[in-house]
Ligand binder design. Structure first.
Ligand SMILES: O=P(O)(O)OC[C@H]1O[C@](O)(COP(=O)(O)O)[C@@H](O)[C@@H]1O
Length: 321
């Protein structure tokens, strides 16, 4: 196991060495994501001082008002990912349709990403993040984005919180790296992250309770309250899932009477987070099946999502199925 403090690039190259057939493509792809997110981190850190807070005066394909930092983060990622040549196609929460960069025409991968998750928290200095999901290019068409979560080659997020952390998996466990701003390097701080079997925290927006369309869900939450659980809900999926990954428990964004598929997007929110949680020993579900088994039909499709420790997810399913 790599030592605490191991620099990210070295860690990635040592992982690559374990696969004689590796070509270096994935290593370059992962390092490119890390570099782009360091740039985003520097803008997030300065956000209060430069005119980068507030709305960009645009509405995205989700019908949401785009924040200036959303837009800037999207541009930074598109620049870096297009230029590295490893990505045949890019799909973003902020793009109606995927783009296919010239330099990526021989790229082996497609990437879906949420450039800045937790938009409602940007202006109030609460943790936000970037989420990414990488699949293999198959046919070289838009269909390559619509692959099940279990076919992900890699997935992860960068959280811009009290510190900046990159947490990712390539299907061989989950590792966390903290950015040391004094040297501008991600250093291994959380090797081989494993979710506790059970937690003490539930994370769900209870303000929507009256709208929930799953009867058993309220009973489930009340059962956790009876069992002494506490509630934590930041309203940034990256931050709520990061806490769940470290401390265990359960995070959920259910469907409701109006939004039959909930709010969160399958390709660049639910699926990458489910891959991380399951790689760390937890479980994911949309209420019927693992999030990783859902076959996407649309780039921006939404899904109900529950992620967390084995005990809580099994208990939830007993209540809602
Ligand atoms: O305010 P609500 O309805 O609880 O929604 C919060 C959820 O919406 C999100 O902010 C949606 O993500 P974006 O900010 O990327 O659009 C999630 O991060 C978060 O879990």
């Amino acid at each position: 196991m790599a030592e605490i403090g191991t620099e990210l690039t070295r860690f990635i190259l040592e992982e690559e060495r374990k696969y004689p057939s590796a070509t270096g493509s994935l290593s370059l792809a992962l390092n490119t994501i890390a570099s782009a997110c360091k740039v985003i981190a520097s803008h997030v850190r300065m956000a209060g001082l430069v005119d980068i807070l507030g709305k960009a005066g645009k509405v995205n394909v989700q019908g949401e008002e785009v924040q200036k930092l959303d837009e800037l983060s999207n541009e930074i990622l598109i620049d870096y990912l297009s230029d590295c040549g490893e990505f045949f196609g890019l799909a973003s929460e902020e793009l109606n349709e995927p783009i296919f960069p010239e330099k990526g025409k021989n790229g082996k991968y497609v990437i879906s990403f949420d450039p800045l998750d937790g938009s409602s928290n940007i202006d109030v200095n609460v943790s936000i993040g970037t989420i990414f999901s990488i699949h293999k290019k198959v046919n070289g068409t838009q269909e390559d984005f619509l692959q099940e979560g279990y076919k992900q080659i890699a997935a992860g997020y960068v959280i811009y919180g009290s510190s900046t952390m990159l947490v990712y998996t390539t299907g061989n466990g989950v590792n966390g790296f903290t950015l040391d701003p004094s040297v501008g390097m991600f250093l291994l701080s959380h090797p081989n992250i494993k979710l506790p079997e059970k937690g003490k925290i539930y994370s769900i927006n209870e303000a929507n309770e009256k709208k929930w369309d799953k009867e058993g869900l309220k009973d489930f939450i009340n059962t956790l309250k009876d069992e002494g659980y506490t509630s934590r809900y930041i309203g940034s999926m990256v931050a709520d899932v990061h806490r769940t990954l470290i401390k265990g428990g359960i995070f959920g964004y259910p469907s409701d009477k109006k939004n039959k598929n909930g709010k969160l997007r399958l390709l660049y929110e639910a699926s990458p987070m489910a891959f991380l949680i399951e790689q760390a020993g937890g479980l994911s579900t949309n209420g019927k099946e693992s999030i990783l088994n859902i076959k996407p039909q649309d780039i921006h499709q939404r899904t109900p999502v529950f992620l967390g420790s084995q005990k809580e997810i099994k208990q939830l399913l007993e209540h809602i199925c």
